[in-house]
Design a protein around this ligand. Sequence first.
Ligand code: URA
Length: 255
Amino acid sequence: MDRLQKIIAAAGIASRRKAEEMIKVGRVKVNDQVITEMGFIPNKNDVIKVDNVIITKEEKKYYCLYKPRNIISSVNDEHNRTTVIDILPSSLKTERLFPVGRLDYDTKGVILITNDGNFMNEMVGPKSGIEKEYLVRIKGFLTKEEAMQLTEGLQVGKTKYLPAIVSVESIDRKNQSSLVRVIITEGQYHQIKVMFEALNHPVKRLTRVRFGCITIEGMKEGEIRPLTIHEVKTLHELSKNDKILNTPKKVKIRY
Ligand code: URA
């Protein structure tokens, strides 16, 4: 069995830190005995109550949302902008869902949504090597040397990014822009924008077309679909890899 605070968190009642506070102030009982000991491990058949209500294990939920642009990837926004949770169908709004990592306000594409905090940490944690595939509309034309810098691991200031897979999909001479496909295994702050800005090719539009084995192929902007058990299992497996393993498979979407 897990520790009491982890069980409370897994039941969706509070975060692990809030659960610890609940234990500390005597709101948690095991077999009708108040437990304030941190790290207490109940037995399998013990009855756990928070505020005198028996807790039950929360069913884990996993979804893929095709996030449109101009939507914030958080549960609440201090500036009152529409969040990824605001745009969910009302039937899902009662579930304690949150986004897995972030996409910028002006980026669209795949974002996973879940109520499973451990899953989120696994997907976006520093050890996760999950591939993220982007279609990037940049200003100007990428030279071979610039593409090589990305594939060898670009250095920007003190940050050295891990090698990326890069291919130029098309160039638009009239508008002096290019569409570039990039696969990265990290998820550093504004990573794609920072990398292209450093190469003097500011990002005009950004779409994440794939997160691990999950793509937005066939989905409409704003659409959400549950992940299959097989997809969740594959994501767990992919998160254990720390380098690019997949041969890039082109994700076909209207762009
Ligand atoms: N890189 C960015 O710069 N922005 C995103 O939204 C995702 C990756």
